[in-house]
Write a protein that binds this ligand. Structure first.
Ligand SMILES: Cc1ncc(COP(=O)(O)O)c(C=O)c1O
Length: 448
C-alpha cells in the first residue's frame, strides 16, 4: 500500500511559487508528487509532513554520523550559541578543533575551516594551483566534488559503451563557462597506466589530482590501495598536488578517514559532513608548506567561517568520534545490514555485491563489483531504481538514485533499526521482482 504524500504534494505546489523546483537544492527535488518535505528527524528516524516515518539511510548525504539531533552535540551547540555567533575575529576553540583533526589525520598538518564541502574543495584547488603554478586539474570519472564551476563536469556514461574511446565530458548543466573545460582532465579509477599517460602528456598544465578513493557519489566504488599508492607516486613525480576529497569519508570510515584505511598521505585533504554531525562546517587541511601559502599570497576566508554554534558542535562531534567506539558501532551495524541484504538477495538468486566501507556501503546489482564508473554502467542499476520507491513506501529512506551509498549513523544501532529495515527490504525486493515479471510478460504478449 503506497504511503500518502498528500501534504508534501500540496506544499510542493505552494513552494513552486516561491522557490525554483520548490526546494533549496536541486537534489531535493524528486519529481512531481514525489518530493518529500520534512517535519522533523531524531536519531536514525525522519518524519515527513504527512506523518510517514522512515529509517533514514541518506542522513542528508552523510553528515548525520551520530544521528539526527544528537543530544550531546546539540547541548554543545547551545553552549556555542552563548558565545555569540560570528565576529570577523577568531575564537580559541578553532585551535582545539584543528589540533584534534591533525591528531586524527596525520596528513592534516595545518587546517583551515569553511562552511561547506564545496568551499573546502575550492580552497584546495586554489592552493594546488598556487603551489605548482599550474592551472589544470584531474577529476576521477564519477567523482562529485561540489557546486562550483571547476568541478561541475562529468564523464557522460549514458553516451558511452564499452569498447568506445573515452566517454564525452559534459558540464553539469547550463551556466558553467565552457572555458573551464580546458582546465579539467578526467581519468578512470583504478587505472594507473591511464593516469600516467595523462600526466606524461599534460603534466606541464596539471597542478592537482582530485580523488575520492571511496566514491560516495558513485555507489562507493572504491580505489584499490595499490592504485592509490601508484597515484601518490605519480603525483610526486610530476609535481601534482594530490587532493583527497574526504568530504564524505572523513571521520566516518575510520578516525583518520580513507587515508588511514589505505595507508597513505594526501598533500591536501578536505572534510565536511561527519565533521559537524549536520552543523555546516568544513575544512581544508594538509602539508604545512602548501597550507602556509594562505597568508603568503593565497586568499581564504568567509564571513560565516567558524560560527560559534557550528564550531562547538564540531568540537563535540569529533570528541565523540575520536574517544568513543561510535565508529566501530556504525561499521558493525553496516556489516550486519549488508549480511542481511545478502541473505535476502542470495536466496532469490539476484547477483549483487557491496563496495566501499560498511558505514557508507554501495549496493551494486552485479558480481564482481565494478572497479570504476565505466563498469558500473553495465550493472543492473535499474533494479535498485525500481526498488527504492518500494522501500520508501515501507518506511526505509534511501536515495532514489542508485549511485548514493547507504549511510549509517550510530543512532541506527541505538534505535535497533535493523530488523525493520530488513523486513522492508525483503518485501521491496519481492514486489520489484513481481512487477518486473509482470512487465516482461506484458511485453512478450504484446510482441507475440
Ligand atoms: C566528495 C564530496 N565533495 C564535495 C562535496 C560538496 O559538499 P557540499 O555539498 O557541502 O558543498 C560533496 C557533497 O556531497 C561530496 O560528496
Amino acid at each position: 500500500m503506497p504511503r500518502s504524500l498528500q501534504q508534501s504534494n500540496l506544499h510542493h505546489q505552494k513552494a513552486l511559487g516561491k522557490l525554483p523546483l520548490g526546494v533549496s537544492s536541486n537534489f531535493r527535488y524528486w519529481g512531481e508528487n514525489k518530493t518529500i518535505y520534512v517535519d522533523h528527524a531524531r536519531g536514525s528516524r525522519l518524519w515527513d509532513i504527512d506523518g510517514n516515518e522512515y529509517v533514514d539511510y541518506r542522513l542528508g548525504y552523510g553528515p548525520g554520523i551520530l544521528g539526527y539531533a544528537d543530544p550531546r552535540v546539540d547541548e554543545a551547540a547551545r553552549k556555542g550559541m552563548e558565545v555569540g555567533g560570528v565576529f570577523a575575529l577568531s575564537t580559541k576553540l578553532e585551535f582545539d578543533v584543528a589540533e584534534r583533526i591533525s591528531n586524527m589525520v596525520p596528513a592534516a598538518e595545518l587546517v583551515r575551516f569553511s562552511n561547506s564541502g564545496t568551499e573546502a574543495v575550492m580552497a584546495a584547488l586554489r592552493l594546488a594551483r598556487a603551489h605548482t603554478g599550474k592551472d589544470s586539474h584531474i577529476i576521477v570519472e564519477g567523482g562529485y566534488h561540489g557546486m562550483f564551476d571547476s568541478v561541475l563536469w562529468y564523464a557522460d556514461i549514458d553516451e558511452w559503451e564499452p569498447g568506445m574511446d573515452d566517454p564525452p565530458i559534459e558540464a553539469e548543466g547550463e551556466g558553467i563557462p565552457s572555458l573551464i573545460k580546458k582546465l579539467t582532465h578526467f581519468t578512470p579509477l583504478n587505472d594507473s597506466n591511464y593516469l600516467e599517460d595523462l600526466l606524461k602528456r599534460h603534466h606541464q598544465d596539471i597542478g592537482a589530482f582530485l580523488i575520492e578513493p571511496i566514491m560516495g557519489n558513485s555507489c562507493s566504488i572504491t580505489a584499490n590501495p595499490e592504485y592509490v599508492h601508484a597515484a601518490r607516486e605519480l603525483c610526486d613525480k610530476y609535481n601534482v598536488v594530490m587532493i583527497v576529497d574526504e568530504v564524505k569519508t572523513g571521520f566516518r570510515v575510520a578516525r583518520g578517514g580513507v587515508q588511514e584505511l589505505m595507508g597513505f598521505k594526501a598533500d591536501l585533504c578536505t572534510f565536511a559532513k561527519a565533521l559537524g554531525n549536520g552543523y555546516p562546517i568544513s575544512a581544508v587541511a594538509g602539508r604545512e608548506d602548501i597550507m602556509r601559502q594562505i597568508g603568503d599570497g593565497v586568499m581564504h576566508g568567509g564571513t560565516y567561517t567558524c560560527h560559534s554554534v557550528t564550531l562547538a558542535a564540531a568540537a563535540k562531534t569529533l570528541e565523540i568520534l575520536d574517544e568513543t567506539d561510535a565508529l566501530e558501532t556504525i561499521a558493525d551495524y553496516g556489516s550486519a545490514l549488508q549480511a542481511g541484504i545478502h541473505e535476502i538477495l542470495a536466496a532469490r538468486g539476484i547477483p549483487h555485491s557491496f563496495v566501499g566501507h560498511p558505514s557508507m556501503g554501495g549496493l551494486i546489482f552485479d558480481d564482481p563489483p565494478p572497479d570504476n564508473y565505466r563498469a558500473w554502467s553495465s550493472s543492473d542499476y535499474s533494479f535498485y531504481d525500481k526498488m527504492a520507491p518500494e522501500l520508501h513506501d515501507r518506511g526505509v529512506l534511501c536515495e532514489p538514485d542508485s549511485r548514493e551509498p547507504l549511510f549509517i549513523s550510530e543512532a541506527h544501532a541505538k534505535d535497533n533499526s535493523l530488523a525493520h529495515t530488513l523486513r522492508a527490504f525483503e518485501q521491496s525486493v519481492d514486489v520489484t521482482l513481481e512487477k518486473r515479471a509482470a512487465k516482461s510478460k506484458a511485453k512478450t504478449r504484446k510482441s507475440a
